[in-house]
Design a protein around this ligand. Sequence first.
Ligand SMILES: Nc1ncnc2c1ncn2[C@@H]1O[C@H](COP(=O)(O)OP(=O)(O)OP(=O)(O)O)[C@@H](O)[C@H]1O
Ligand SMILES: Nc1ncnc2c1ncn2[C@@H]1O[C@H](COP(=O)(O)OP(=O)(O)OP(=O)(O)O)[C@@H](O)[C@H]1O
Ligand SMILES: [Mg+2]
Ligand SMILES: [Mg+2]
Lengths: 229, 229
Amino acid sequence: LIELKNINKVYSMGRGSVKVHALKDISLTIDEGELVSIMGPSGSGKSTLMNILGCLDRPTSGEYRLDGQIVSKMSSDGLATVRNRTIGFVFQSFNLLARYSAVSNVEMPLVYAGVPPRRRNELALRALEMVGLSDRIDHKPAELSGGQQQRVAIARALVGSPKLILADEPTGNLDTASSQEVMRILCSLNEQGITVVLVTHEPEIASMTPRVLTLRDGMLVEDARRPKQ
Amino acid sequence: LIELKNINKVYSMGRGSVKVHALKDISLTIDEGELVSIMGPSGSGKSTLMNILGCLDRPTSGEYRLDGQIVSKMSSDGLATVRNRTIGFVFQSFNLLARYSAVSNVEMPLVYAGVPPRRRNELALRALEMVGLSDRIDHKPAELSGGQQQRVAIARALVGSPKLILADEPTGNLDTASSQEVMRILCSLNEQGITVVLVTHEPEIASMTPRVLTLRDGMLVEDARRPKQ
Ligand SMILES: Nc1ncnc2c1ncn2[C@@H]1O[C@H](COP(=O)(O)OP(=O)(O)OP(=O)(O)O)[C@@H](O)[C@H]1O
Ligand SMILES: Nc1ncnc2c1ncn2[C@@H]1O[C@H](COP(=O)(O)OP(=O)(O)OP(=O)(O)O)[C@@H](O)[C@H]1O
Ligand SMILES: [Mg+2]
Ligand SMILES: [Mg+2]
């Protein structure tokens, strides 16, 4: 499903005078239906890699094939369609729309996909129920706790039944019980065939996935597969 | 230093039709120089309690005495001075100013306190060095990773040598090594006499503090003191 070849990402700031080489020559393949964790120190390039996988940012060099298609050759419309139809993204900073309620935020991907209003609302309520927020559907982000906002972001990523779920630190603000609940949802979606890639800094979460990629200073330093427990 | 008596917080939404009773009859005392963790499920009221302790929000009822002064009786100017001189606050969502660099964000509390520019810059650089970000001082928040933004927020809370540090999930986005580093800083500040209250969902972090308060559904359900290890 995912094929990266020699991916580099350089951020340039201050009118180009300062450069940060955030990803260095990353090559990796992820097959459909895999469940993969990405770990590494703060600043090692995990979110940068997730943004490229999620077609939210372009690499500075290298090739990315998603489902056999070369992403860099696609038009921005084509990219937007792939993003909406194929990928569910949970951002590290949630990225919820401040002026909309939790249920409206979760309906957003379905609006883009042209799903009719009543069906959209039904699917969104079901996704919010899965993450335990049925009693907060009309709250705006500022009227929710940090972990509740995170769970709305997770519900929004799942609601369109995407082929690929990219979750950047999905349990960063959650207590142990809520964390376990989120991992249970992601693992059961994976058992239905959905490919899941998640970034985590918690070893307990990574130990629930059969493959762990480790980044350090922009490089892929380890790719460890564990026999299914 | 901190005395809460029968604190309640009710959020009302939708022009008052919906009410969320976020804190229910909380009474507690925290002495100067203590190191305390607050734990509890997502949505249990931890951030709401921290906002009241940090004089960023007023309780709906009950009394809060900080350093012997009744907070609810203070003018908003008096409150702002207390907040700036006495308290360093690390927000769960960082709350950095987007248009300013890391070092300018860390200097902000010193600007309010009237510290001269050169001294301000020196203290801010020292605080950023403590959290391991000397090579990112000119980056704006959007040019920093999640954990780096968190560490800038921690540096900003420490820079004015406050009497009380309130840190809401200070390690939520950090890998194990960076987390240990932040806890080392908070513990050493506490050994110098600074009172530290931190919210965490990670039991490993709470086990480093001699006292752990547990919230559940807006109530203080446990106040456990551990003999110093
Ligand atoms: N402005 C608001 N209006 C209405 N309800 C709110 C508001 N802010 C918070 N709440 C609700 O109050 C409850 C407590 O929120 P709070 O942010 O204190 O929880 P928390 O313990 O910090 O959770 P987390 O661990 O997820 O950060 C939550 O159920 C939340 O939905
Ligand atoms: N827009 C940008 N401009 C300049 N540098 C950037 C930008 N975004 C990120 N960086 C830098 O690139 C490096 C990688 O950032 P990235 O967000 O991918 O790290 P991360 O592994 O997700 O970290 P964390 O675990 O703290 O979230 C960091 O050192 C960061 O400072
Ligand atoms: Mg990140
Ligand atoms: Mg909170």
